[in-house]
Structures are given as C-alpha cells and as structure tokens.
Write a protein that binds this ligand. Structure first.
Ligand SMILES: O=C([C@H](O)CO)[C@H](O)[C@H](O)COP(=O)(O)O
Length: 213
C-alpha cells in the first residue's frame, strides 16, 4: 500500500516546502487540479526536478484529448496522470496508449460515476493502472466519503490497482486501511495539520502495516 500526498491549495514554492517536510513518509506527490490551473505543468516539472526519487502524479482529470494531454504531462515529468472515469472509452484508450509509449501510468478517477460497479468493470478492461474512488471537496462538505465505494471496486476490479481519495484524515485512515487499497491519497489530512511531518509519519506506519489499525 502506498501513500500519496495531494497538494491542492499551494503555489510552487509552498508545494516544495510541504514536500520537504514529509518526503520521507510518502511515495507519490500529487500536483492537484487547482495547482495545475494556477501554475500549469511547470509545477509538475519543478517538483519532479526537486524530488526525482518521488513519483509525481499530475491530477489533470482529463475528460477529452486523452493522448495529447497525457503526452504533455509525461513530457513535464509526471509518472502518473489522471483521467475521469465519467468520460468516454475512446479518451481512456487514447490516454492508456500514450502512457504506454511514454512509460507513464494512468489513474482513473471515478468521481461522480453513477453506476460504479459496471463502469469500474468496463474501465478495468481498458488496461488502466489505477482505479480510484473519490469524494470531491463539494460532497465532502455534505458529509460524504468513499469508504463503501472502495469495497465495491475491491470486489470487481481484477487487473488495475485500487485507490481512494477524498477527506481522509488520521482518525479515518484505519477504516480505509482495513479494506486494503493499493494507494491512499491524502490532501488536507496532512497539509491542513500543524505538524505535517508527524501526521505523515503516523499515516505511513498505518499504511505500511507497521502498527495495527
Ligand atoms: O482531487 C482532489 C480534489 O478534487 C481537488 O482537486 C484532492 O486532491 C483530493 O480530494 C484529496 O484531497 P483531500 O480531500 O483534501 O484529502
């Protein structure tokens, strides 16, 4: 199981500072959608250059032009690029083919997919690397999470790795870990804490099963 730090509400210098604090405890750095909107793929490039030993995920949430956008993010240094599960299969296939050419990977974000079970099966057959359940900020504000959805994809996904994102905190991580996803994505649960390093270290312990949930 791996831990991904999601950076959403920072600029490039702030992103570098946060990563510096927690780098020993994380596997992947996510350049979040708001950062890409504000800073462009330069943010991916600079974080990869500063921390070449960490994998970098570009959260582009691709909805169209799959191959082209994957090519641009890969050229900027991304190791993993996100595509939305709600889009059409042609976009996902284009993204997967281009990622294979570039030696990068595709994570499909299932945010707002209505028939999760059916769509997860379809997407799993398209050769993607990760399928991720995700409760976005706006539904988190209404008290929702994706813990049940994680159980669904764990049951039906046979090829891709499974992942979960959306509002995960230190006190809810044990419940997530019990379901054994391959990847846990945490943003505010680390970045919103006073002692980010200590929280990331405790999360790492839980995730790597060094202590029991
Ligand atoms: O993908 C995200 C969101 O849509 C904003 O871009 C976040 O990175 C993801 O939800 C993880 O962040 P937290 O919910 O703060 O853990």
């Amino acid at each position: 199981m791996e831990l991904q730090l999601a950076l959403d509400l920072v600029n490039i210098p702030e992103a570098k500072e946060v990563v510096k604090e927690v780098e020993a405890h994380i596997d992947i750095v996510e350049i979040g959608t708001p950062v890409v909107i504000n800073e462009g793929l330069k943010a991916v490039k600079e974080i990869k250059q500063a921390y070449p030993h960490l994998k970098v995920l570009a959260d582009l949430k691709i909805m169209d032009a799959g191959a082209y956008e994957v090519m641009k993010a890969s050229e900027a240094g991304a190791d993993i690029i996100t595509v939305l599960g709600a889009t059409d299969n042609a976009t996902i296939k284009g993204a997967v083919e281009e990622a294979k050419k570039q030696g990068t990977q595709i994570l499909v974000d299932m945010i707002n997919v209505k028939d999760l079970e059916q769509r997860a099966k379809e997407i799993d057959a398209l050769g993607v690397d990760y399928i991720c359940v995700h409760t976005g900020y706006d539904l988190q504000a209404e008290g929702e999470n994706s813990f049940q959805q994680l159980q669904t994809i764990k049951r039906v996904v046979k090829n891709a790795k499974t992942a979960i994102a959306g509002g995960i905190k230190l006190n809810t991580l044990p419940e997530v870990v019990q379901t054994q996803p391959d990847l846990v994505i945490v943003g505010g649960g680390i970045t919103g804490q006073q002692d980010k390093k200590a929280v990331a270290a405790e999360m790492e312990l839980l995730i790597k099963q060094k202590i029991h949930a």
